[in-house]
Design a protein around this ligand. Sequence first.
Ligand code: CTP
Length: 407
Amino acid sequence: MNELAGKHIVLGLSGGVACYKSAELCRALIKEGATVQVVMTEAAAQFITPVTMQALSNRTVYGSQWDAREANNMPHINLSREADAILVAPCSADFIARLAQGRADELLSLLCLARPAQQVPLLLAPAMNREMWAHPATQRNLAQVAQDGATVLAVGNGDQACGETGDGRMLEPAELLEEVIAFFTPKVLAGQKVLVTAGPTFEAIDPVRGITNHSSGKMGFAIARAAREAGAEVTLVAGPVHLPTPRGVHRINVQSAQKMLEAVVPRAQVATVFIATAAVADWRPATQAEQKIKKDGSGQTPVLGFVENPDILATVAQSQHALVGDLFCVGFAAESHDLLAHASAKRERKGVPLLVGNIGPATFGQDDNALLLVDAQGHRELPRASKRALARQLVAEIALRLPVPRV
Ligand code: CTP
């Protein structure tokens, strides 16, 4: 999607085995439209060659503050002035200590120190052994660099190159890419608590069978991601889908509509925005057999009775929290025809300020979609685009409709 188009990133590598991930990260940043200038410490060059990084970034790599290629002989000034951000990945324990002290005796720390801090943000992706990570000196230095304005990204947990297991792994390239994109996203939902439902529900008939639908959950997951990138604290209540949880999103997995309702109701009471994208089954079997229903050889088919499921969106929209205007509710409508008429009627029926219509069969499982936004003022189409792009547009539309925070 070229989500980093026009961004120039200085990718700094300090010494660590995780340098091998930086090659992939460099490619990923460029694939999203960024230009990347690689700067490596001497230690980093022990782990991956500047030749590799040069080939991937399509620019010569800088490694010395004495590099005479720059006409003014000041690579630390020139490189830091043109950057939209400096990302140090991997950022070793030693490099964090150097930043904390404001050291400037090699190019990468020198350019971090020399950057105009208000215009050029510094992002750090720590990578080290778990004991080094947990050491009070490292934690003290991390707190110091964060206080000095750096954004310290999380570390992963798992197997380490040294054979130990624990905290301190550098995030994976795809995760770092998500973090960089999130970093540049305008924080239009800062301070908001967003609750999203997504995916289908599964209504059990017996322990091995059930009723569900074709909802993939992709739209809801994309919205959860976009809301988090826009600065919200996001909880995602998901039916049975095999999608990765967007970074920084709190996910709760449920199966049935009733379990979804139980997960949603208490969380809606503390949310400020509720977005119901889930394709909730309208009915569930009246009884759920404890054991698998077997054929008895008579050719008789079992008779299934159904009861209606609770309407989660309508329940939340009628809660006191929503009625007094503290919770902005957004519904979705999956229709097969007459989208505007059905979406408008559904908006009234569910009692929500904003309803988003889409043609169900055309979107289930797809990566793109088209949306019709219906509110009290009228309707507006968001033309066909990727679910990711639509999610970002929808988040912006929701932000515009939120009440101005009370002081
Ligand atoms: N919804 C819900 N709980 C239900 C049914 C629907 O929260 N039991 C929510 C959906 O998440 C969506 C909206 O209500 O935001 C509309 O869902 P949809 O299935 O299109 O509408 P229904 O209410 O089921 O109406 P109909 O089947 O008549 O189209």
